[in-house]
Design a protein around this ligand. Structure first.
Ligand code: FAD
Length: 272
């Protein structure tokens, strides 16, 4: 792993693959942070018939092709969920669990987040609600915590929390929960039942892009960008479904290409 990458790309679909290829051709070092490939929208598509240059194939086959290209061309691929981005002096830090990666320019290619926030989730985030058991679990040693999520990671996190002495209440992600409390979250409500807790761990595959980077401008349809795919935060570019409709592969790949070129321009201007 490098101490400082030229570019970090968050996401592992068509937009990310296209951005990696272009950045590599420009001689840049690139780390790709991505969830497992089954989390890409494309993975669920039955058959893709409108991507230029490729014969019809299943979404799963195409996802695997993109992932292979990413693995063959990125400097490093980090499998995990980017939790948040910290703008620093002419660079960015990206947290993935307890690890931290740094880059000069960032491309968000995170697709769309379909889940809505649970009532209380945003309000109590950092006050009893956490997205990361490894980061915050120790605060709840010996206490009762809820773990909401269906993924393999959610199960692992629940096991980890039990292992450090927490009493864990498991909840499926699809339910309609409400998180409430006073200064801190202290209750999860579900189907009329109230469960007293000391903390709530919500383990989703994705983190809403609205909360990924502070100051990122967002409209209902996606991250606001200009034609160079620059966002409202200098040095941060976005591509693919996360910038809004149409949700199409060719658009995602095109935007990934533009975002990578723009990130390269941004860095050459930084160098003066
Ligand atoms: C059922 C279905 C059928 C479709 N059919 C077609 C079709 O026929 N033709 C067509 O052109 N398009 C089709 N689409 C749309 C197409 O799949 C999307 O437009 C395309 O996949 C978008 O690519 P992307 O790179 O922007 O995002 P995605 O492919 O969604 O990739 C984003 C990746 O980033 C990951 N990610 C998100 N947040 C984080 C984070 N915080 N940390 C790490 N990783 C993260 C996600 O888990 C995901 O793996 C279809 C979509 C669906 C759901």
């Amino acid at each position: 792993m490098l101490d400082l990458y030229d570019i970090i790309i968050i996401g592992g679909g068509a937009a990310a693959a296209s951005a990696v290829l272009t950045a590599k051709n420009r001689g840049k070092t690139v780390a790709v942070i991505t969830n497992p490939l089954e989390t890409s929208s494309l993975y669920r598509a039955e058959k893709i018939t409108n991507y230029p240059g490729l014969p019809p194939m299943s979404g799963r086959e195409m996802t695997e092709l993109f992932r292979r290209q990413i693995e063959e061309n990125a400097t490093d691929v980090i499998e995990g969920r980017a939790l948040n981005v910290m703008p620093m002096d002419e660079s960015f830090g990206v947290a993935v669990g307890n690890d931290f990666y740094q880059c000069r320019s960032l491309i968000i290619a995170a697709g769309i987040t379909r889940e809505n926030l649970y009532p209380g989730e945003g309000e109590f985030l950092g006050r009893g609600v956490s997205y990361c058991a490894t980061c915050d679990g120790m605060l709840y040693r010996g206490k009762t915590v809820a773990v909401i999520g269906n993924s393999h990671e959610a199960k692992e996190d629940a096991d980890f929390l039990e292992g450090i002495g927490c009493k864990v209440l498991r909840f499926e992600q699809n339910g309609r929960y409400e998180i409430s409390g006073g200064m801190k979250a202290d209750t999860v409500s579900f189907k009329g039942e109230k469960y007293p807790v000391d903390g709530v761990f919500i383990i989703k595959d994705t983190v809403s892009v609205t909360r990924l980077v502070p100051g990122l401008e967002y409209e209902a349809g996606g991250i606001v960008t200009d034609r160079s795919m620059a966002t409202s935060v200098p040095g941060v570019f976005a591509a693919g479904d996360c910038t809004g409709k149409p949700y199409q592969l060719a658009k995602a790949a095109g935007e990934g290409n533009i975002a990578a070129l723009s990130a390269c321009d941004y860095m050459s201007k930084l160098n003066g």
